[in-house]
Design a protein around this ligand. Structure first.
Ligand SMILES: [Fe+2]
Length: 520
């Protein structure tokens, strides 16, 4: 049986010994009270002459005795919260004297390009052809839209052109080799032909070519030789240098988490419960509670549970051995999130769905209760959507390890350089046959064809933040203490650090909920 069942039994027994009977609602609400205060709570209930305990009794206990005991840690210099004065007319909309803007404003969410079960292909060779054709035609359009890369010709035409002439082409990198002198030789293809590209020249160019990866599509300019282009410059599809970002008109926030790993014996449940308590505006300083009251969206970038059989001998690392029980406990935890917060739940490589990307949402049979929660959207990985008009991409981040292998200087513990490369390449997982399993679909759902305002990943369990050409990059770390796998690779995770994004100002605040292991 799962951990939650034994936990509930233990708590039930403690209350029964004191002639107190817990109702279902009160068991859930109990998680909002520190375990070390249960004795005090029992005394309080006995004084009131209670036998059946419901959630109102627990609410009374919190109101009378307060629940401020553990201040939430704030990462230095990151928190940017201001308490605003409340005009008198707005106080009427308050709840127990406290305004909750997130409750006053309905969610405005729009899902854009995403895989759906009914669109899943058969996985044949033809589907791969369709996938790469779709990628190529969309990338070609991106290059055409940029003045500096607008001109290019089909490779077949370039092959027939006069030697010594200057040419530009757009093609997919199908081979990447080094000459004896260490210069880069590429094989580049489009639907009309295949040509070699030889890069040598300035130090600047030598530095830039290091970022070229297999299977991606680039624009190349150079001089024609015999079946070869002597490359002088090249471009990734990239984001525009400057653009107007999208903002919410209302003062609301999105909270970004990932890699909860419920079921793992390294899952930091205590810290997670503190986080849930903060979302319930029951914890933290007035400024931190004010911030919580503006949280309208909770975005989860995969690895909700630890899963079963994800890697050899995983059962040794599991607290909850059954995947159904893992999702049951996840449900118990997320059902405590206030119902005015919209939860957008995207899977990762540990979740119960196909591993090939794009991943479909977590399968309903494993997480039925989560599907029933009215404030939850079960979405695929990746998922493109808008929150109050702010364009968002959530992607678990499996391909980060392809970037670690493919580009020198991109490390396991620093997700942001890899995320920046994804934006420059306008693709979440360009490499086929690497660390990321790709499912062939008629459309390339991993292509970044919009200009996202928020780009959110997880997977590496190390928080990271950055901004590239107006796009806020967030890696949300996780809720798991250091695992043996990470120990072996000397990766120090940063659990329990929660990025909070202001949808109006684009400012990022980080709050730390973890003081029970995993390092800080
Ligand atoms: Fe993970």
């Amino acid at each position: 049986m799962g951990e939650s069942t034994s936990f509930n039994k233990e708590i039930n027994n403690l209350f029964l010994e004191n002639n107190l009977i817990l109702t279902v609602n009160s068991v859930q609400a109990l998680a909002l009270i520190q375990k070390n205060r249960y004795v005090e709570l029992i005394e309080f209930l006995k004084e009131k002459g209670k036998v059946f305990v419901d959630d109102n009794d627990l609410e009374n206990f919190i109101n009378v005795n307060g629940e401020n005991e553990i201040p939430i840690e704030i990462e230095k210099g990151k928190i940017e919260v201001k308490l605003e004065e409340e005009p008198e007319t707005e106080i009427k909309r308050s709840i127990n004297g406290k305004r909750i803007p997130a409750k006053e404003n309905d969610a405005e969410i729009k899902f854009t390009k995403n895989i759906k079960q009914e669109n899943v292909s058969q996985g044949s060779i033809e589907d791969f052809v369709k996938l790469f054709n779709d990628r190529y035609s969309k990338m070609k359009k991106m290059f055409r839209e940029r003045p500096s890369t607008r001109d290019f010709m089909p490779i077949g035409e370039a092959l027939r052109a006069k030697k010594g002439e200057e040419t530009s082409v757009v093609g997919m990198i199908t081979e990447k080799n080094e000459s004896k002198k260490g210069n880069l030789i590429l094989t580049v293809e489009d639907d009309t032909g295949r040509i070699k590209v030889f890069f040598s020249g300035s130090k600047e160019l030598d530095e830039k070519v290091k970022y070229i990866m297999l299977d991606e599509i680039i624009w190349i300019k150079g001089t024609l030789g015999d079946g070869i282009i002597f490359g002088k410059e090249f471009e990734f599809p990239d984001l525009p240098v400057s653009r107007e970002v999208c903002r919410s008109e209302v003062d609301l926030c999105s909270v970004h988490i990932s890699d909860v790993h419920v079921g793992s014996n390294a899952f930091l449940e205590k810290s997670f419960l503190k986080f849930v308590k903060w979302l319930n505006i029951r914890m933290g300083s007035p400024a931190q509670r004010d911030l919580a009251s503006r949280v309208k969206y909770l975005v989860i970038a995969g690895d909700l549970v630890d899963g079963v059989g994800t890697y050899p001998n995983q059962d040794r690392d599991l607290e909850i051995l059954d995947v159904y029980d893992q999702y049951e406990r996840l449900y118990e935890l997320l059902s405590m999130v206030p119902d005015w917060i919209r939860i957008i739940m995207s899977p990762g490589n540990h979740d119960a769905t196909r591993s090939g990307e794009p991943q479909l949402p977590i399968e309903k049979q494993y997480a039925e209760k989560l599907y029933e929660l009215p404030n939850v959207d079960m979405v695929p990985n990746p998922c493109f959507f808008e929150m109050h008009g702010v364009k968002t991409v959530v992607y678990h981040g499996t391909s980060i390890y392809d970037f670690v292998e493919g580009i020198a200087g991109v490390g396991h513990d620093k997700p942001v350089p890899a995320m920046k490369e994804m934006l420059r390449k306008r693709h979440l997982a360009p490499v086929y046959g690497g660390k990321t399993p790709i499912s062939p679909e008629e459309r390339d759902y991993l292509l970044i064809d919009s200009h996202p305002d928020i780009f959110h990943t997880g997977h590496v369990h190390v928080n990271g933040y950055g901004n590239y050409r107006g796009t806020s990059m967030i890696n949300s770390g996780g809720w798991q203490a250091q695992t043996d796998y990470q120990k072996m690779r000397n990766i120090m995770p940063t659990p329990g650090r929660v990025p909070i994004f202001d949808l109006k100002t684009h400012k990022l605040s980080i709050m730390g909920f973890c003081n029970d292991g995993g390092g800080y």
